[in-house]
Design a protein around this ligand. Sequence first.
Ligand SMILES: [Zn+2]
Length: 235
Amino acid sequence: MHETVVEMLARNAEHAEIDDARFDDIQNTQFPDAVTICCSDSRVLQNDMWGNDVPGEIFTVGNIGNRVTQPTSMGHLVSGDVMFPLWNTDTEVAVVVGHTGCGAVTTAFQYLTEDVIQPRGVKYCLEQLKPHLEEALSVLPEDLSDVAAINHLVEYNVDHQVSRLVGSEDVPEDVTVVGAVYDFQDVYSDRRGKVHVINVDGETDVATLRDENPDVADRIGRRWEYGRTPTAEQT
Ligand SMILES: [Zn+2]
């Protein structure tokens, strides 16, 4: 067996030893409070970022670029991976989590500007990001470094995914949809690992978001308020 798998199984044995009783109430059912849709990047720890090690709390969806839709013969629909908990387990919160330095957004950005050699499956995923990132490029502030441009596009992508959930007739109206960015590059603050809220139910104005959500006002912030007057924190 590959040594990585051997190590993973050893750690899993430790995991299984933690508390066998924690599955007692949920081994036949689940009612997770939230579904999170994160980039599958290895640096984005879907449960750890929320301090969660309790089974049954969070329904986790992961893919490159934290996408919430899938193309079907009926058009672009909210992915079944996301709809499953919203429809079947009374989950009322959906959180789309992008992250600083996203490789999928970076590669999609390159894909827009140059030929990119990737397997067909990866290109298929990038094709899902391409149209709205292309739209973002036309309004991106000038003179940004490539790193800053990518992190602006990360926000734009999260906003786009949130809008797909909010605008979908499949997603129940009482579901709260939050867009966030997981920062491990000190882009938003000097504490890597923090999640920063950038969008709630389609609202992206930071002042409005802070007014409407005073309990988490200090966790709300954006790098890019496109179409609005730049604020100091965007520089
Ligand atoms: Zn990513």
